[in-house]
Design a protein around this ligand. Structure first.
Ligand code: NAG
Ligand code: NAG
Ligand code: NAG
Ligand code: NAG
Ligand code: NAG
Ligand code: NAG
Ligand code: NAG
Length: 668
């Protein structure tokens, strides 16, 4: 209840402070329900406009909506009253102003008979309608000699006639003893406060004036004997009246309080509406000073926000750049471009996450080239220089079956490698785990030949020997024409530079690791060939080199193929999903070549040049001796895996934790 009452109270005080009709206060007229006529109106800010500065020959009236009982019914005498208001008379042109305004007690608010031009909107010719009784206190800014006006800046008391019964020059006293007399220009355009008080005891009507910034003077400007009891009817309206003659003048009331039989409330200046802005000379001058200041502040704000934005984006796009990288300028990507290309490394741009990091799809700004951005976390600075040198030199490799490395970017703890984008993703998705699209034998053979020629290029054709170190189906990517492209070359070297301190120099993927690699830790072209052999068997058999199988002999794919070969039924090892849709000679050749490349003895593996010739049928497949295999395979089983701390039986448990059935070898 209380807050609701409080709210209601606030609303009330905004409009009129009192519930009683004979005691009200308007600090601005925003919520006031005045009786308005003529051109009078209330502005949106609560300013009462009796006449505005657009119309000539017009009158405006504003009255408290209900008449007040002005007479004591027992004594028959007029009641005392007190009122206070703030007005402003603003001429459009200085020294050319209209007639002024008046505070009015009127029997009727029907002032239709009054002339619009002069007589303050109250009278016609020189009197009022005989049926209307009017007592007006005029603030006259015109001198009408026919009515005996004393000057053009006076206060007067009019009773049903524009001829004042008494008047006085508009002025105020700064001292209570009547000293400090100061002239007050009514039409100065500045707000002026007026107090009108009538006491029935001594029959005196006092009018006091003061500028708005002064306190109420103790001595009134006009103090006149008025027998109000004989001049009024029982009920009178109170309000204001004004008219504009030939000179445009605005008459405003900012606030008003009134009380019968008592002292009117003081007005709250802080809540008064402001006067409409008139571009006077002084305000123009203040603009001259103010505008440059405002512009300067605006300019400063723009600069500050600009700096904040720059610093923020500097931090966001900060890179690590060292002097030795200067020569790699063309291969160096700007982090901001990669950030924009991948939409800020958004998850929806993620192509995959592998052992080295996450790969995002992106479109480079400006060039619109599609790329894959590999984000590799790299805390170690040690060896970074050599590694980047290698990456950059690998960037110069050009082969149609290699995924082109376009460049790199370095950030703190992070390396970004930018590759050509391969729309069809990696090969393993088409081989294992119920692929959506089965690759035909023709496609598979095409991919095998492509990868073989890429590896041959790396091993023998380029200026330096490049060992790939991690050949496997998931590192073979397919371009838009389903050509196999070898990717991620050189990346395995990252482990050499301490991405993970627990890693040894043995890198690659279990199942593709040549037995001597696990012993010596030295990657060679021959260890690549071993992995390539595993890859050949993967593609031909449609399964991973090591998979959990019910029969323990089947876990290692090479073993299974070997068994089939020994039994003289090598074709049985092929991918059963192919059915009969394959070329027998090619299948046989690929399976045998896969076995040959997977030979535990590195000297028995063919070099890539020979692999190429065999595939092109330019060279015959070397004969393989069954006996040599037996010894070597078992040696591989014992040494190859047990060497890295695992027995065949513990393999299954390890793969159970690994999603894709292959695992990176992370330590001894
Ligand atoms: C009217 O006058 C009588 C006698 O002087 C006084 O008692 C009464 O309060 C007055 N009424 C008003 C409304 O002023
Ligand atoms: C005002 O008075 C005039 C006569 O003086 C009359 O014609 C007119 O109807 C009155 N208007 C109202 C609103 O009472
Ligand atoms: C104005 O009033 C005076 C008397 O007070 C009268 O002599 C005069 O004729 C009146 N003028 C007009 C225009 O009514
Ligand atoms: C006030 O104005 C009157 C008439 O305009 C003038 O005679 C008088 O000297 C002025 N007084 C002051 C103090 O300015
Ligand atoms: C009016 O002014 C006179 C003279 O200053 C003063 O004696 C009287 O009390 C005043 N009357 C009112 C109601 O303020
Ligand atoms: C007219 O006003 C003056 C100035 O206030 C005052 O001195 C004089 O007594 C008043 N005349 C009458 C008849 O009240
Ligand atoms: C005031 O007017 C009333 C009624 O017209 C009258 O009875 C009374 O005598 C007058 N008072 C003075 C002081 O003139």
């Amino acid at each position: 209840m209380f807050p609701k009452n409080m709210f209601f109270f606030l609303i009330l005080t905004l409009t009129t402070a009192s519930a009683q009709d004979d005691d009200f206060t308007y600090n601005g007229f925003g919520f006031a329900k005045l009786h308005l006529d003529g051109i009078a109106e209330i502005a949106t800010n609560g300013l009462l406009i009796l006449t505005d500065n657009t119309r000539l020959q017009a009158k405006g009236h504003a009255f408290h909506p209900s008449p007040l009982c002005f007479r004591n019914s027992t004594t028959g005498k007029a009641l005392s009253f007190s009122t206070s208001f703030i007005f402003a008379i603003v001429p459009k042109y200085q020294d050319l102003f209209g007639h002024g305004l008046a505070f009015v007690l009127a029997h009727s608010v029907n002032l239709s008979y009054a002339l619009p031009s002069q007589y303050l909107g109250l009278f016609n010719t020189n009197n009022s309608d005989s049926s209307n009784q009017i007592v007006a206190i005029e603030f006259d800014t015109n001198m009408n000699p026919e009515f005996g006006d004393i000057d053009n800046n006076h206060v007067g008391i009019d009773v049903s006639s524009p001829k004042s019964i008494n008047s006085s020059h508009a002025a105020y006293f700064t001292n209570d003893n009547g000293a400090g007399f100061k002239n007050l220009s009514l039409a100065s355009g500045k707000p002026i406060q007026a107090w009108i008080e009538y006491s029935h005891m001594d029959g005196l009507l006092n009018v006091t004036l003061a500028p708005i910034d002064a306190t109420k003077p103790g001595v009134p400007c006009l103090s006149s004997n008025v027998n109000l009891s004989s001049l009024i009817s029982d009920h009178m309206y109170v309000g204001f009246s004004s008219s504009v003659g030939s000179f445009i003048t605005s008459h405003y009331i900012l606030g008003w309080s009134f009380k019968l039989n008592g002292r009117a409330q003081a007005l709250d200046f802080s809540r008064l509406p402001s006067l409409p802005h008139t571009p006077s000379k002084s305000s123009l001058e203040s603009w001259k000073i103010g505008l440059p200041i405002i512009l300067a502040i605006l300019f400063l704000l723009i600069i500050i926000t600009g700096i904040i934005f720059l610093v923020k984006s500097k931090i966001k796009f900060r890179e690590v750049f060292e002097d030795w990288e200067l020569e790699y300028g063309p291969q160096r990507f700007c982090y901001k471009d990669l950030f924009l290309a991948t939409m800020g490394f958004k998850d929806q741009q993620l192509l995959g996450a592998g052992g080295f990091g996450r790969v995002y799809k992106g479109v480079l700004p400006k060039t619109d080239i599609q790329v894959a951005v590999k984000q590799v976390s790299h805390e170690s600075r040690q060896g970074m220089r050599e590694f980047i040198a290698e990456i950059v030199s690998l960037g110069r490799l050009r082969h149609r079956n290699l995924v082109q490395l376009l460049g790199y970017c370095r950030r703190k703890g992070e390396l970004l490698l930018v590759y050509e984008f391969m729309p069809n993703g990696s090969l393993d998705k088409f081989l294992f785990n119920q692929p959506k699209l089965m690759l035909s034998w023709g496609q598979r053979f095409q991919i095998i030949k492509g990868v073989a020629s890429a590896l041959y290029y790396l091993h023998e054709e380029w200026e330096k020997v490049v060992v790939h170190r991690d050949i496997k189906a998931s590192n073979i990517l397919l371009d838009d024409q389903m050509n196999g492209r070898l990717g991620d070359f050189g990346l395995a070297r990252l482990y050499d530079h301490g991405t993970d301190p627990r890693t040894t120099h043995v890198v690659g993927t279990l199942g593709y690791l040549a037995p001597e690699l696990t012993k010596t830790g030295k990657a060679t072209t021959s260890t690549d060939v071993f992995a390539f052999g595993g890859f050949l068997l993967e593609v031909a058999c449609g399964r991973r080199p090591i998979e959990i199988r019910p029969s323990e002999e089947d876990i290692v794919l090479a073993n299974k193929v070997l068994e089939c070969w020994k039994a003289g039924t090598i074709l049985e090892a092929r991918d059963p999903n192919l059915g009969i849709e394959y070329v027998v000679q090619e299948m046989e050749m690929v399976l045998k070549l896969g076995l040959l490349c997977s030979h535990p003895n590195s000297s028995s593996r063919p070099p890539m040049r020979l692999v190429m010739q065999i595939m092109e049928r330019e060279a015959p497949l070397p004969e393989m001796s069954e006996d040599g295999w037996n010894a070597e395979i078992s040696a591989m089983g014992n040494e190859g895996f047990s060497d890295v701390g695992m027995s065949n039986s513990s393999l299954s448990s390890m793969f159970a934790c690994s999603n894709n059935g292959t695992a990176l070898l992370t330590g001894r």
